[in-house]
Write a new protein. Structure first.
Ligand code: KIV
Ligand code: ZN
Length: 388
């Protein structure tokens, strides 16, 4: 029997912190509804104390979302927590996400404090948050660089104080997958009351390891992943929702499932990219423009014989339409014949041999040979057959 991994989407909070990605309340509301339809379990709608606009966005989202849990971020500060509680007042299901830095970098440089004081503040913030909701998530900021023994003490104490989810953020994206996985395993093995809460992975992508670390985390016992559409987020971003959802869906051998409706991934990726004015890199996994494009002759020939030779995901499964055979100077005869056929020309092997030489001349001049170039080649070769 496979186990559920909860998907906690933070596109509207960590994603929206990115310079240039700020959304107004209407845009946030529109995306929140799409995220709920996608099947995310928790929507982190914002940081209510940060501005009156964000307070309004969170409270409007809280009123309209029915199935997903709506979450608001706060620091370990009473006022923050009260404001988050007020913003979430009308939610069907609400969660307050509160916490404090636990690494020595944060304890000393940011708070000019010590481990015992931070432990007390962690316990206190969870208790304050429990006055507003039964669903309280604690984050141990910079857990990735926090000493495991101390982290285990913090996790045990916040669970005792009432935290139902404990977030273990790799805030700076520093951990290697085995280190992050071992950290989660350490907590599972050393925190006596860990069965009373869900451990959550919140991984940043500074070394390009956010997705790998999140997967290592769930393999070691975490059951929630915090992620964003297109991997948006502070600096190099967060774990990409589409990547973890498709890793879990493709690797049934991991023994997990999520509620994500994968067919919505590409349409929502485009919408987030447009609304946040943040282009998606073409080679981005799952949602990049080239994720299902084949351009070298060797790949195209194999793909045309059997798509599975070069594709592990059917593009329709992620709402990406059809795979593309792109024509470049590296393409082969089968790709050329296929593209001619798609636009109405049935050529014999001899025809293609002749046309291929002409095609290469065009391909060497251009980065990509377009449909209009194929029509021109066809017209020059067999005017009576030309369809355009
Ligand atoms: O990266 C981080 O540590 C965060 C916390 C606020 C959860 O975003
Ligand atoms: Zn973060």
């Amino acid at each position: 029997m496979s186990e559920k991994v909860y998907i906690f989407d933070t596109t509207l909070r960590d994603g929206e912190q990115v310079p240039g990605c700020k959304l107004n309340a209407t845009e946030k509301l529109e995306l929140a509804l799409k995220l709920e339809a996608l099947g995310v379990d928790i929507i982190e709608a914002g940081f209510p104390v940060s501005s009156p606009g964000d307070f309004d966005s969170v409270s409007q989202i809280a009123k309209i979302i029915k199935n997903a849990t709506v979450c608001g971020l706060s620091r370990a500060v009473q006022k923050d927590i009260e404001v988050a509680g007020a913003a979430l007042k009308f939610a069907n299901r609400s969660r307050i996400h509160t916490g404090i830095g636990t690494s020595d970098f944060h304890i000393k440089s940011k708070f000019n404090s010590n481990r015992e004081d931070i432990l007390e503040r962690a316990i206190q913030c969870v208790k304050w948050a429990r006055n507003f909701t039964d669903d309280v998530e604690f984050y141990a900021e910079d857990a990735g660089r926090t000493d495991n023994e101390y982290l285990a003490r913090v996790v045990e104490a916040v669970i005792k104080a009432g935290a139902t989810v404990v977030n273990i953020p790799d805030t700076t994206g520093y951990c290697l997958p085995n280190q992050y996985g071992e950290k989660i395993a350490y907590l599972i093995n050393h925190v006596p009351n860990v069965d009373k809460a869900i451990l959550s992975c919140h991984c940043h992508n500074d070394l390009g390891l956010a997705t790998a670390n999140s997967i290592a985390g769930i393999i070691s016992g975490a059951r929630q992943i915090e992620c964003t559409i297109n991997g948006l987020g502070e600096r190099a971003g967060n774990t990409a929702l589409e990547e973890v959802a498709m890793i879990i869906q493709s690797h049934k051998d991991l023994g997990f499932y999520t509620n994500i409706d994968s067919k919505q991934l590409n349409p929502l990726s485009r919408e987030v990219s447009d609304i946040m004015r943040m282009p998606v890199q073409p080679n981005k996994a799952i949602v990049g423009a080239n994720a299902f494009s084949h351009s070298s002759g060797i790949h195209q020939d194999g793909f045309l014989k059997d798509a599975q030779t070069y594709e592990i995901i059917n593009p329709e499964e992620v709402g990406a339409g059809e795979s593309k055979i792109v024509l470049t100077a590296r393409s082969g005869r089968s790709a050329l014949a296929h593209r001619f056929q798609k636009i109405g020309y049935q050529y014999t092997r001899n025809d293609i041999d002749f046309l291929y030489e002409k095609f290469l001349q065009v391909a060497d001049r251009k980065k990509e040979v377009e449909e209009s170039d194929l029509h021109s080649l066809a017209k020059a070769y067999s005017p009576e057959l030309a369809t355009n």
